[in-house]
Write a protein that binds this ligand. Sequence first.
Ligand code: PAP
Length: 342
Amino acid sequence: MSNPNTLRLSFETQPSEEDHEYEKAHLATILDRYKDRLTTFPKEKGWVSEHLYMYQGFWHLSKGVFSFETMMALQEAFEAHPTDIYLATLPKSGTTWMKALMFALVNRTRHENHRPSTHPLLIFNPHKCLPFVEPEIYRKTPTYVDAHRPRLFATHIPYTLLPRSIIDSGCRLVYMCRNPKDVLVSLFHFTNKLRDESRGVMTFEEAFQMFSNGVMPYGPHWDHVKGYYNAGLEHPTRILFLTYENMEKDSVNNVKRLAEFLGCGFTEKEEAEGAVEEIVKMCGFENLREVNKHGDLREGVPNHTFFREGKVGDWSNHLTTEMSNILDQIVKEKFQGLDISF
Ligand code: PAP
């Protein structure tokens, strides 16, 4: 069984002062490298951030870890390994849930998940267990990723803007999408929890307008989804397309399918012993919400902000009939001919 102190070291490594300074300086260099590009992009008011910038058909953040600058730096220099596995999502589409499931599945022989347990997912936010790829471009601090294969990373970057090496190396990608109406509601609540007081509270009408105009980080929603959906049709063995709604409706079968795709399908013995159900439960909303009641993921982002309702269809408590019809119409047009339903 893993030792909690060793675990803490691999998931909560505090960079040494030297590494921290290196990473800060490297990130600053990246932000500086692309600053002139910024002035050429159309810009809109952002959700949590002050602005979003349009680049190659998608809205991007700027000046941080998750920004068009780090995306460009990744495009230029990131080297994917053929054995890597990537989770791609739009924000608020089930990223945290899928991070937990993928981490739990791939590492299930490494960590005990019986209670009392030192399983990382019973101690840390899934975001700590399965990191985003962006910081890889300047990271020096050793993490869990360095010592384990396959490397698991997540990203919100649209398919057409992924670093070439992710596509060319032939590695696998899992995409999860969610009903845009629930994404809108989730993003609205998340925004008001994290937004700087000086920007004031966002109204739902404002959120709806922005969302239906396609303006959200990494949006428009429909173009992000379509990009991965079409890529999945082209590369069915490399890209697994899942929906939040199906995962919730039939977690057991979808988790089995996911495990097969990840190359770690369940044995008959595991199935008979209830291993699938155990992972579904450990990664379930109730359990993860409890584990993440306290603490911060990073400065200003409490762990609990990633666990709100965890339901399908909460949109019906927020959208008027008119709003719902407008989004239905947009989605019908955008997804025409595609077999996507929520
Ligand atoms: P991120 O992209 O910023 O990481 P993400 O995890 O995709 O966010 O979205 C959070 C949503 O997933 C929340 O939805 P809600 O606002 O509609 O409630 C959150 O509650 C939900 N969520 C988090 N963990 C789980 C889980 N284990 N099962 C189901 N839903 C979950």
